[in-house]
Design a protein around this ligand. Sequence first.
Ligand code: FE2
Ligand code: FE2
Length: 193
Amino acid sequence: MALIDVLIDELRDLYSAENQLVKALPKLAKGANDPELKQGFKDHLEETKSQVLRLRQVFEGLGKKPTGKHCEGMEGVIKEGAEALEEDAENASFDSGLIGAALRTEHYEIAGYHAAIMMSKTLGLNEAVGLLQANLAEEVNTAKKLQAAGKLIFKAATQEEEEDKDSQPASKKKASDKTSERKSKEDEKKAGV
Ligand SMILES: [Fe+2]
Ligand SMILES: [Fe+2]
């Protein structure tokens, strides 16, 4: 398999990932309590739509079609984000979970763009490099903004804990939590560290 084919696969993966995020980001925006965090998700949705268009341009330049691969990794990361949206938590604690999930999506994208940019550079595909770097810059910027939002929101979450320390009944475990708990033990056992 030639490097260009590996690159096309990477790019199709990214294309699928970005399309999945166009569907997922409105849910994060809807769920967020903090107005700035909410707006941040909305802004990144618009950026993500232009990232999809830039990736289409990359494919046009290469004379290939963008579809053909579903990004399983992003599906998994988004699934974890959906779990955060189901948490029964106070405002800032809930938002803290969303920030954790969103940071994972950004860094997953960042890793993908780093690899694709390096491959494109190696192949001398300058137009692709420029377009991919524009997408990468937006992901890096979004991750920074999420971290900045986290600083304030995590702090607020610790205050919520103090307020309702005594008033919370122990929450019941869902079936999915039990499965997750069992699997995590299997992970540990298989690793054997
Ligand atoms: Fe993106
Ligand atoms: Fe992103």
